[in-house]
Write a protein that binds this ligand. Structure first.
Ligand code: NCD
Length: 304
């Protein structure tokens, strides 16, 4: 197993499947796990806004019988006074048994893991990665199709700044015959550094036209344009409404195709889509709890 989760690149296919299958076992019988981590404490330290990641990790720890402490707003802690990541993490490691951290700096997860005496899990690292989101995304796909191999996945939206995208691509690259269609405005195409890491392991193509290719997809994974990462407001305004998924967009989709989104959405999926059989984003968010219970339990058990 692994000691920390800072990049999906560090986790092999067997371990990914192990985490997913354990999440399924937990989801089937959550009461069996209700005291599993009794007495253990999770620290959540978030330098950037979060709803789902922080709350689902907290919910996961509570559902395992553990307790939670945390900083949701850096302005209320010594982070505001300029304390370094390494000192903050050393303290959190002294006060708890496992840490989830979200930070805007690339490499911050790796630094935290280096200084921590307890397991560190990245809850999102700048534009670099969001490994546990990828794990819950894979869990969602696995639940739907019973496999990750041999699927065609459309990734749509802000492929440049969205951190769920690199983690997902690195994860898919570990499986067999996953085909990726990339849909985005020109300015928001996936970064070459990310694509070059996966290009010999999966087949990807940049596609302009969603309408003409949607019938080939098993999954359409939509992302928000990451306003906060843009150098200026005007650049954001130029691309923000580029793709909007409506019931009409999905009219030629395969019957069992699913629409996913890490959320929050800010207009890129119309509310009318929520009631269609393809919509999976709310279930996907809920799957985050089971996946994170699996992750926390596995990392904590590893240390016993
Ligand atoms: C994502 C994130 O923070 O990267 N949110 C999440 O964790 N579900 C996606 C986003 O903010 O667009």
């Amino acid at each position: 197993m692994i000691n920390h989760i800072v990049s999906i690149k560090d986790i092999d296919k067997e371990t990914i499947l192990d985490i997913i299958q354990y999440a399924a076992k937990i989801e089937a019988n959550p009461e069996v796990y209700a005291e599993k981590q009794k007495g253990k404490i999770l620290s959540t330290i978030f330098f950037e806004p979060s709803t789902r990641t922080r709350l689902s990790f907290e919910s996961a720890m509570l559902r395992l019988g553990g307790k939670v402490i945390g900083i949701a707003d850096p302005k209320t802690s010594s982070l505001k006074k300029g304390e370094s990541i390494s000192d903050t993490i050393r303290m959190a490691a002294a006060y708890s048994d496992i840490i989830v951290m979200r930070h805007f700096l690339e490499g911050s997860g790796r630094v935290a893991a280096e200084y921590s005496s307890v397991p560190v899990v990245s809850g999102g690292t700048g534009i670099q990665e969001h490994p546990t989101q990828a794990l819950l995304d894979l869990y969602t796909i696995y639940k739907e199709f019973g496999r990750i191999d041999n699927l065609t996945i459309g990734l749509l939206g802000d492929l440049r700044y969205g951190r769920t995208i690199p983690s997902l691509l690195y994860a898919f690259a570990k499986f067999n015959n996953v085909k990726i269609y990339l849909y985005s405005p020109q300015q928001l195409r996936a970064r070459m550094t990310v694509l070059s890491d996966v290009e010999d392991k999966l087949e990807y193509r940049v596609e302009d036209n969603l309408e003409d290719t949607i019938d080939q997809l098993d999954v359409l994974y939509v992302t928000r344009v990451q306003k906060e990462r843009f150098p200026d407001e005007q650049a954001y305004e130029r691309v923000k409404g580029s793709f909007i998924i409506s019931p009409d967009t999905l009219k030629n989709a395969k019957e069992n195709m699913i629409v996913m989104h890490p959320l929050p959405r800010v207009g890129e999926i119309e509310y009318d889509v929520d009631d269609l059989p393809q919509a999976r984003y709310f279930q996907q968010a809920k799957n985050g709890v089971w996946t994170r219970m699996s992750i926390l339990d596995k990392l904590l058990e590893e240390r016993k």
